[in-house]
Design a binder for this molecule. Sequence first.
Ligand SMILES: *Cc1c(COP(=O)(O)O)cnc(C)c1O
Length: 372
Amino acid sequence: MRPETLAVHAARSPDPGTGAVAEPLHLSTTFERAPDGSYPQGYYYARAANPTRAALEQALAALEGGVEGLCFASGSAASMAAFSLLAPGDHVIAPTECYHGTIKQLRQFVQPTGVRVSLADTWDLDAVAAAWTPATRMVWIETPSNPRLYVTDIEATAALARERGAWLACDSTFATPVLQQPLALGADIVMHSTTKFLAGHSDVTGGALVAREGGELLERLRNYQLQAGAVPSPFDCWLIRRSMMTLPLRVRAQAAGAAAVAAFLQSHPRVERVFYPGLSSHPGHALAARQMSAFGSMISFSVRGGAEDALAVAARVRVFTRATSLGSVESLIEHRASMEGPDTSTPQNLLRLSIGLEHPDDLVEDLAQALG
Ligand SMILES: *Cc1c(COP(=O)(O)O)cnc(C)c1O
């Protein structure tokens, strides 16, 4: 089935007990045993599994084309779960540019356990191959990347990882399952911050992993989810599942808006450079055209001058909201370097946009007046 249909129907059907068409919200933490001690419905304790989370996990697996989804309390909890696959002595390759929190996790929590961490420009396959060691067990990619939207070749990286016996994990948050299918291209795990497009309304924090196949990797992730315990609440799962029904519509409309905004920015004299994979000037354009069904709704651009000039532009917006995060219905603008902190490699004159569902002409007019 196609994504629009899966988004509405995957793991959703009228409640057999009541006929209710909308998804019930099951808050119960515990489930009754039969007189013989068994659990007739399969559920026993909500941290292990519960019907509302299961509905979301199955829908995510269906949309990503994976065998099973696992939900977490945040995207960060989901990436930590993936890193739990690494043992002392193992080596992981991660991108030089990606969500800043991912690198902090690797440096602050993974590396101290005796795992070696190398950063490479994963959008250059030769750089990944050059970083390889006999102990490499995982390649972590994020495509398109935060904030400059570098595009990593999922299929080629997956082939390299498979040939050399490592897992490929892909943070696909910016792309969503609607625009990019990492598992079909050979990735072993796809990761999302469901806080972003999947929830889509700036009102839930969540994360997810979807595994391509069953086996040891999935068993270990499932066990980590149960034992480490960073699971989302049923209500959070319910909100995300509800939002997923409009995900394909939202994502495509947001991408169309972003294309208009990117074209405007590229023509503006005060803009130094626009980072948007839909522009032929972007280094990842050709690959994104092959690997994604649209170019997404994240744009970064650098303003001529320095941090003060970029901050002054952000200060003047009226339709955009100055805030971090992304993927929601309202457009956001962010001075990314000051969010990432002093060790950031993000240019000081860069502003990141998350394009929402407002009319693109209103967004363009707002940026036109803010750029002056
Ligand atoms: C937000 C984000 C994360 C972290 O997710 P949280 O839900 O904030 O923990 C990871 N990767 C990317 C690409 C993100 O945008």
